[in-house]
Design a binder for this molecule. Structure first.
Ligand code: ADP
Length: 157
């Protein structure tokens, strides 16, 4: 059984994240979606809300949702799982992912990061963009799972 860890903020999960989850399950048997608890990012949704949205959107998949505090490299060691999945959107994004992958490997030499290219449909899609759209009354249908669209509408009424 090959398991990988997909870490991120997921504030909230989007169809871009889901695309990466589906792609990675072609390579791995199981995925742990790990929400990084980083209050400095001033998230819109609580950890519990983000966890519930991911669980609801991945109900039929071999996915478990977890939360980690502190360094991702430490969390991976604790889970004894040394494959990190990340998604690549724009080219500008590559440098950041590259830096993170090298830093994680420095901290934990067994760690490998696998980057999945997004679908062209989700190239522009991010949690930040979705929140901006919702805040300004635009529809987010088709960009996020239905449960997220519903809660975004409630947040900004
Ligand atoms: P972080 O704050 O750790 O970047 P995010 O939730 O923003 O957390 O992203 C988690 C991972 O999902 C990152 O690797 C990011 O590149 C990827 N991701 C986010 N949106 C998309 C998308 N539209 N297409 C592909 N990957 C994405």
């Amino acid at each position: 059984m090959k398991t990988a860890i997909y870490p991120g903020s997921f504030d909230p999960i989007t169809n871009g994240h889901l695309d990466i989850i589906h792609r990675s399950l072609h390579l791995f048997d199981k995925l742990i979606v790990a929400i990084g608890d980083n209050p400095k990012k001033r998230p819109l949704f609580t950890i519990a809300e983000r966890k519930a949205f991911i669980e609801e959107s991945t109900r039929k998949l071999p996915v478990t949702v977890d939360v980690f505090h502190g360094l991702l490299a430490d969390y991976c060691a604790q889970k004894k799982c040394f494959i990190i999945v990340r998604g690549l959107r724009a080219v500008s994004h590559f440098e950041y992912e590259f830096q993170m992958a090298l830093m994680n490997r420095q901290l934990q030499p067994q760690l490998e990061t696998v980057l999945f290219m997004t679908d062209k449909e989700y190239f522009y899609l991010s949690s930040t963009l979705v929140k901006d759209l919702a805040k300004n009354g635009a529809s987010v249908d088709g960009l996020v799972p239905r449960i997220v669209a519903k809660h975004l509408r409630h947040k900004f009424v």
